[in-house]
Design a protein around this ligand. Structure first.
Ligand code: GRF
Length: 194
C-alpha cells in the first residue's frame, strides 16, 4: 500500500464507468513530488466498475452514484465535490454525457480523455472507425468538457503511427499506453493554469 501525502496539493475527482486503467495512472503520477494534484475522490456510475477497486486499493474515497439518473443525484455529487474542495473533475472512461446544469456548475473545470485525434472520431468505436478509414495515424486527446460530446477545447494530444501489422487490438493497446502518459501531465498543466 502506497501512502498518499500532499495536503497542499489540488484536490481532483475522477469519474469512471469501468476498468480504471487511466485512474490508476493518474493516481501513480500523483505520488510523484512534482505533481500538484491529489486524487481526493472517485465517482463511478457503475456499481461493478473495476476502477472502484483501484480507488479502494489506494484508500481513496469512492462512491457509486449514477449522476445522470436524476438531478437529485447530480446535486448530491455537486455537494460532495464542494465538501471535498474539488478543483478539477477528470473523466476517465466515464461513459455517460454529463447533464448541462452539472457542466455549467463546473464550467472550465471538467476535462476528459478520448481515444482519437479529435475532432476526428467523436463518440464510440473510435478504433474501428480509424481502421475503416485506413488512417495512418491515431492517438488520444485530452479536452475540456462542454455540453457537446467530445467537443470542448483541446488541451493536449499524442499521436501513434498505425503500421500494416496493426489490428484493432494492437491499436487499442498503443493508444491506451499513450493515454496513461498524457492524461496525468495534462491534469498538472490545467491545474497550474487555474
Ligand atoms: C479509455 O480508452 C478512454 O480514452 C475512454 O475509455 C477508456 C477507459 O479506459 N474514454 P480505463 O477505464 O481508463 O481503463
Amino acid at each position: 500500500m502506497k501512502k498518499l501525502n500532499g495536503d497542499l496539493k489540488n484536490n481532483i475527482a475522477v469519474f469512471i464507468s469501468g476498468r480504471g486503467s487511466n485512474l490508476n495512472s493518474i493516481i501513480n503520477y500523483s505520488l510523484k513530488k512534482k505533481t500538484i494534484y491529489k486524487v481526493k475522490l472517485v465517482i463511478s456510475n457503475k456499481q461493478k466498475a473495476k476502477g472502484l477497486l483501484v480507488a479502494k486499493k489506494y484508500r481513496i474515497r469512492n462512491y457509486f452514484i449514477d449522476i445522470t439518473k436524476s438531478k437529485k443525484l447530480g446535486n448530491k455529487v455537486l455537494n460532495i465535490l464542494k465538501k471535498n474542495k474539488i478543483k478539477l473533475v477528470c473523466l476517465a472512461g466515464f461513459m455517460k454525457i454529463l447533464p448541462a446544469y452539472f457542466v455549467k456548475q463546473y464550467s472550465g473545470k471538467i476535462i476528459n480523455i478520448h481515444p482519437s485525434l479529435l475532432p476526428k472520431y467523436k463518440g464510440l468505436n473510435t478504433h474501428q472507425k480509424v481502421i475503416d478509414n485506413n488512417e495512418k495515424f491515431t492517438g488520444c486527446t485530452v479536452h475540456y468538457v462542454n455540453r457537446f460530446l467530445d467537443s470542448g477545447k483541446i488541451i493536449s494530444q499524442n499521436k501513434v503511427r498505425i503500421s500494416k501489422k496493426d489490428n484493432f487490438k494492437s491499436i487499442k493497446k498503443k493508444v491506451l499506453k499513450i493515454e496513461h502518459k498524457i492524461y496525468p501531465i495534462a491534469i498538472n498543466k490545467v491545474l497550474s493554469n487555474l
